[in-house]
Design a binder for this molecule. Structure first.
Ligand SMILES: *Cc1c(COP(=O)(O)O)cnc(C)c1O
Length: 390
């Protein structure tokens, strides 16, 4: 991966597309040390909540209340009561016992091995099937899962492959993203049918779906599931994207699991607890999720996505999903074009192997609720000029 991927990173760096050191001017507008400004089109703060005044105030208030960044002890032993308040809030929003973690990555690192070993189900190991397009944070844990059970990689969204594994093995778990980082969704309805038929364990990382989908921002996957989370379903997500704060969350299913997970889910037990400002900010964001403002922001995001799609063709045009990848093919082309777009005031990320398959390089653009429509239109014009697409 390093030998094939690093030359593209080197090229991106030479073109001034990496290590940009900036100051925030608000609304996604950033300033470089030499005074040049640009709009960040690669932020996953889809609703703009990471700079919402109430969220910032929540962080300040929590610090003033507890007068410490943290307790410097495992959360398993001692934790600030605001952690429990936040977990109660999230459990209510997401209709499932929810635990906060340092990050979605830390949650997956801890929980996936417990699924492989069978500790989150009947105690027997499960064949672990990872979707080929699953996020790095989960793929990285394959070897640890491999210590507990066989690990397989399924072609992207290939449910026939998965069903075949289910026919051959009595205990199987499937690992997928809710929304994939390069566009496209997991096939929740069909996966639920396989869960019904074969007792399939489902593990979803819905980092891109949280806050963006669902009446209370419960995410793309949770919104499609029933009132109760099936004991064989776990959903994790990052709170540092649409939710606008920091940390991760796990929707656990049966509440009794919380103790086992707190004790044995790797970094969730031994790493630092979520910091006080992050907890305060998250309490404020959770509160916003109960107000009509959430719906307004979700709608503003959708309007911007639609506007962008009207003017810029991409493989996922027409999907109500904020991430769009405009394919250009060659790695060098992606880097050059991203640089040209930046010169005209917008940062888009040049994506290449190992972020996407070789020869499928492109420009990745994320829409947000807090981008003015005239800026979306200006971006569309720049992209049309630079990529030569109609
Ligand atoms: C961004 C992202 C992550 C990383 O989230 P952290 O909370 O920063 O660890 C994990 N999974 C997916 C699908 C992501 O998009």
């Amino acid at each position: 991966m390093v030998s094939l991927g690093n030359p593209s990173f080197e090229s991106a760096k030479e073109h001034g597309l990496l290590d940009l050191s900036v100051h925030n001017l608000g609304n996604g507008h950033l300033e470089l040390p030499d005074g040049r400004q640009f709009i960040n089109m690669c932020s996953c703060s889809y609703l703009g909540l990471s700079s919402h005044p109430a969220v910032l105030e929540g962080a300040i208030q929590a610090l003033q209340k507890e007068k410490a960044m943290g307790l410097a002890v495992s959360r398993l032993r001692i934790r600030f009561s605001i952690t429990d308040e936040l977990e109660a809030e999230l459990s209510s929003l997401y209709r499932a016992r929810s635990m906060v973690t340092l990050s979605a990555s830390a949650a997956s690192a801890g929980i996936l091995p417990l699924i492989a070993s069978g500790h989150l189900s009947d105690g027997n190991p499960r064949v672990m099937v990872f979707d080929k397009a699953s996020h790095f944070s989960m793929n990285l844990i394959k070897p640890i899962c491999g210590d507990e059970a066989p690990v397989l990689t399924a072609p992207h969204n290939d449910l026939e492959f998965l069903e075949d594994v289910c026919r051959k093995h009595s205990r199987v778990a499937y690992v997928a993203d809710g929304f994939y980082s390069m566009g496209g969704v997991t096939r929740v309805k069909e996966l639920l049918a396989l869960q019904d038929r074969y007792g399939l364990f489902l593990y979803f990382d819905d980092s891109h779906g949280l806050s963006v989908y669902g009446e209370r921002g419960e995410g793309f996957v949770r919104a499609l599931l029933g009132e109760e989370l099936n004991p064989l379903t776990v959903i994790v997500g990052s709170l540092a994207k649409g939710f606008g704060t920091a940390g991760g969350v796990v929707m656990l299913g049966p509440a009794e699991r919380a103790d086992l997970v707190a004790r044995f889910a790797g970094p969730m037990g031994w790493s630092q607890a979520l910091g006080v400002p992050s907890i305060g900010a998250s309490l404020a964001s959770a509160k916003l999720h109960r107000t009509p403002e959430l719906g307004r922001l979700q709608q503003a995001l959708r309007d911007n996505i639609r506007l962008f799609d009207e003017h810029v063709p991409s493989p996922h045009r027409g999907e109500e999903f904020p991430i769009k990848v405009i394919e250009v093919g060659e790695e060098a082309q992606a880097v050059q074009r991203s640089r040209q777009v930046l010169d005209r005031g917008f940062y888009t990320s040049a994506v290449f192997f190992p972020i996407v398959a070789r020869g499928k390089a492109g420009l990745r653009v994320m829409m947000r609720a807090d981008i003015a429509q005239e800026d979306v239109l200006r971006l569309a014009e720049v992209l049309r000029d630079v990529t030569g697409q109609e």
